[in-house]
Design a binder for this molecule. Structure first.
Ligand SMILES: [Mn+2]
Length: 326
């Protein structure tokens, strides 16, 4: 199949229904949020109605995105779109469970994803693990369909790309990423405004949480890790979204090749964010624990207590390192 074939099939599918539901993963990031809004803009232009729904709240730094008020928050799609015949566009999920939404079972699904751990769970599937963001795939759909990318849509796609490439620094960053960014800025995305919104609009609780998390920093050889417990989060008034990005400080240490941040969840479980500098495939490590992601950025959930969870993930990383050396 050529690269263009799935896009042609997708455009045909998008024109085949008068209405779509659009969603992405639970705990949405910049790519998920920017891409669902941009996808709604595509459907607007095709004369197709759309309803956007996400299971979890929008992190503060993305609340100024143009079109953000199109996003409904609900954990049950039936409350937002009761008609089970309305097909669903699912962006960057490896299953319907990943959306965090109830009521998707039995609906017609279009699955668009850029994760190496992506799965063909939809009725129509397009997975491109080389795309630097799912926004890059949404952009390609718009371009292939000869559609307009107005400034508001360009800002959403640009925000998605910036956040998913670590501001053009992750290994997935390629020529296409820059060509797209160039085009989006030409079409009205404002790089300074986006940077200000994403990097200089953090809630105070996030910075205080960072301090608490970094005070738990541990290092063994090329692995760095840290954690945050529920009482520590409560002490600084932080929520789950304040933990986004903490792991990037750990992988930022010279000589460190892989890093893990563990956040305590209710029920004695821990949510892990795992990173590498590209040498170690941390998606493979996360998959061993039922998670997934990319070669250099992945995540999973492990049972506590903290000491056990830490031991198991460090073992997982060491084993993957050995496997990589063979
Ligand atoms: Mn993404």
């Amino acid at each position: 199949m050529t690269k263009e074939a799935p896009i042609a099939a997708l455009l045909e599918a998008l024109r085949s229904s008068p209405r779509f539901l659009i969603t992405s993963h639970a705990r949405p990031d910049g790519d998920a949020i920017g891409s669902v809004i941009a996808m709604a803009c595509i459907l607007d232009q095709l004369g197709v109605e759309s309803v956007v729904v996400l299971a979890d709240s929008i992190p503060q730094v993305y609340r100024t995105l143009p079109g953000i008020d199109r996003v409904h928050l609900s954990t049950d799609v039936r409350l937002v779109e009761p008609d089970p015949n309305v097909p669903v566009i699912v962006l960057e999920c490896d299953s319907i469970a990943r959306t965090g939404l109830a009521g998707l079972e039995g609906r017609r699904l279009i699955n668009i994803d850029h994760h190496a751990s992506g799965k063909n769970f939809g009725d129509l599937n397009w997975i491109d693990e080389h795309a630097s963001a799912v926004a890059a795939m949404v952009y390609r759909i718009a371009r292939a369909g000869g559609l307009d990318i107005p400034p508001a849509m360009a800002a959403c796609l640009y925000t998605a790309i910036i956040s998913d490439t670590g501001s053009f620094t992750y290994p997935s960053t390629n020529l296409e990423t820059f060509a797209m960014a160039h085009d989006l800025v030409r079409r009205g995305a404002d790089p300074n405004r986006v940077a200000r919104d994403i990097y200089f609009s953090n809630p105070e609780s996030k910075i205080r949480l960072l301090g608490a998390a970094l005070s738990n920093l541990r290092k063994d050889g090329t692995i760095a890790w840290s954690w945050i417990t529920t009482p520590e989060m409560e002490q600084v008034g932080a929520g789950a979204e304040d933990c986004e990005g903490v792991v990037n400080y750990l992988i930022g240490i010279a000589g460190v090749e892989s890093a893990v941040f563990l956040r305590e969840l209710p029920g004695d479980q821990f949510r892990l964010s795992i990173r590498s500098k590209g040498g170690l495939d941390v998606a493979r490590v996360a998959e061993k624990f039922g998670g997934g992601g990319h070669r250099s950025a992945s995540g999973c959930t492990i049972d506590g207590p903290l000491e056990d969870a830490t031991y198991r993930i460090l073992q997982g990383l060491r084993e993957q390192r050995k496997a990589g050396l063979c």
